[in-house]
Design a protein around this ligand. Structure first.
Ligand code: DGL
Length: 269
């Protein structure tokens, strides 16, 4: 059946876009839990319960493999779901590891001990829940030493995107970048640690300046998924794909079409 891509709302569409380009023969089923977005202002238990329910919905729609295309859900729920045991034949993957492997110049699945890497000063932009989880720093510490991470919790950006308010989203991005620069004036790299933020990538890049390398997850996750499917061809998605939401399908379709600049039609989950 189709490969499932899940996010709290529209952000995971940035991952879906890249995955569809990288894997044109794979069918994808997208599910946005818009009725409960944003996740990033909820506590970890709440995010875990919502994510678990959403993944079960996707399994019920026949997706054997579900990608949590949401950093907030990956931080709060991925490890806990995997450790709690998944039903036979079902798999869940997150979005942190491919990003951190790219930042730390590692090949896929290189589990050698942490080492010094080129980049020393990293700005992390993420939701309040992802920043509070410190999941990014934990994953980084498994792979690299001597990297200074300054995290900026970007309150309001996801809400503005979900509401379709691009002007507010841009203003908030600029103010969050200013706040980050007050703490770390010269980051070498910036991580867009929320899948909604690539929708504002130009604004982040302009505000950060041309010397900062901006890492966003779409292409990195798509490449990592391609490797995974080579090794697990039984998970290769073929079957009805599409777009599901727990929210108002017409409204969510309008917002998705606005931000992705292509026609996207959601149905009620
Ligand atoms: N797109 C989700 C992420 O990557 C954010 C979500 C939210 O706050 O709902 O963290």
């Amino acid at each position: 059946m189709a490969v499932g891509i899940f996010d709290s709302g529209l952000g995971g569409l940035t991952v879906l876009n890249a995955a569809q380009q990288r894997l044109p023969d794979v069918d994808f089923l997208y599910y946005g839990d818009s009725a409960h977005a944003p996740y990033g202002v909820r506590d970890a238990e709440d995010v875990f319960q919502l994510t678990r329910q959403a993944v079960e919905t996707m399994w019920a729609h026949g997706c054997d493999l579900v990608i949590l295309a949401c950093n907030t859900a990956s931080a709060a729920a991925l490890r806990r779901m995997q450790e709690g045991g998944l039903p036979p034949g079902k798999r869940v993957l997150g979005v942190f590891v491919p990003l951190i492997e790219a930042l730390t110049e590692r090949e896929w699945g290189d589990n050698s001990p942490p080492r010094e890497v080129e980049v020393k000063h990293v700005a992390l932009f993420a939701t309040p829940a992802t920043v509070a989880s410190r999941a990014f720093q934990r994953e980084l510490a498994f792979r690299a030493i001597g990297v200074d991470v300054e995290a900026q919790s970007c309150g309001g950006v996801v809400d503005a995107i979900e509401e379709g308010d691009e002007i507010l989203a841009e203003a908030l991005v600029r103010s969050h970048v200013d706040a980050l620069k007050r703490k770390m004036p010269e980051p070498q790299a910036a991580i867009l640690g929320c899948t909604h933020y690539p929708l504002m990538e130009d604004i982040f890049q302009k505000a950060l300046g041309p010397n900062v390398t901006v890492y966003s997850q779409g292409d990195l996750v798509a490449e990592s998924l391609a490797h995974y499917l080579e090794r697990h061809p039984d998970m290769m998605g073929r079957g009805p794909g599409g777009f599901l939401t727990s929210g108002d399908a017409t409204r969510v379709s309008d917002r998705a079409t606005q931000f992705l600049r292509r026609e996207i039609t959601f149905s009620a989950a």
